[in-house]
Design a protein around this ligand. Sequence first.
Ligand SMILES: Cc1ncc(COP(=O)(O)O)c(C=O)c1O
Length: 398
Amino acid sequence: MSAPISRIVEALEPSATIAMAGKARELKATGRTVCDLSLGEPDFDTPAHIRKAALEAMDSGFTHYTAAGGIVELKTAVVGQYNARHGLDYAPAQVVVSNGAKHALHNAFTVLLNPGDEVIIPAPYWVSYAELVKLTGAVPVIVQTEQAADFKLTPDQLREATTDRTRILLLCSPSNPTGSMYSPEELGELADVVIEKDLVVVADEIYEYLVYEPHQFASFPTVRPGLMDRTILINGVSKTYAMTGWRIGWSLSPLYLAKAMGSLQSQQTSCPCSISQKAAIAALEGPQECIGEMLAEFTRRRQFVIERIASIPGLSCPEMGGAFYAYINIKEHLGRTYGGVQVDDSSAWCLELLNQQNVATVMGSAFGTDGYSRISFATSMENLEAAFDGIEKFIASE
Ligand SMILES: Cc1ncc(COP(=O)(O)O)c(C=O)c1O
């Protein structure tokens, strides 16, 4: 017997980044050497002092359920960090610790949205936003932004896209997939429209530490008074401390929303992993040099990527202010053949690049804009060099 799948789940698009990484893994299993630029996770080990805290948690028996929304010590460390870095005065009770930032986003959408509500998502967008919104029965409203504007939403675009069903504006800065960042002034102008239209903002700040000079990160609620009352901040340890597998992320929000997300989570997952929570406290409260070391390496790779993209005719990408992605415009190289295979869109381009040169990237169509290919430079220089040699050969082929 095969039971029908729910309509909501059947309509979900599987994650394209995870799918491309899966294809790369399959090829590797057949003995091919693949340069994998598809997955967005730091290639560094989780720092030793953080791993040690996890071992200590296990050895001391801290291996049971915790409070559903996370332990108070971790919530206190989270607000301590936000208060110190951004001068935002949150209380620990406003934090909900989840199984990764992705889960925190899902909680935020679930407690705020009813079927038919609309969420404005500027494209290109991280693959999961639209699908997580759809899981609630609400409607993602995709607003195309322009490369010439560094893929940033303008206040006029926001005003035009807002209807009486709009509940949420989703902002991600620095952005996955483009790396572009809003300045405090640009965020302030968007905030004016948010206040005028009475919207809630879900601000995904997961890349806040991965910012390249001279860019400056501004946390959304700092740009206008009163925004803490209408913002859900999303953050976590995955990208900052190379802790993707530990599954710890969180939200900071008005207390009534934190309470709702906490009770949702108590029925969904009981609590985030106890051991990972202790590790996350060590990450937030321990030595922070590891962030600078990783950032220095990302800065070197970013420079290399910028130079290689500029050296290949017909390729370009927006300025990467933060994160570890380059969103490469490949439009001039579509509508032609590669090794005799006709390639008309970004999906075919990425698949042929993988088939012919063993380089895995992700098609722009997965992020809501065709004509682009996203690479992650969270991989070794050696890998990046080999990958760009492959891209160069691919583009020179006919
Ligand atoms: C913009 C953005 N938000 C959230 C996440 C999810 O982070 P986590 O691994 O903590 O669930 C990612 C991961 O790729 C991301 O790029």
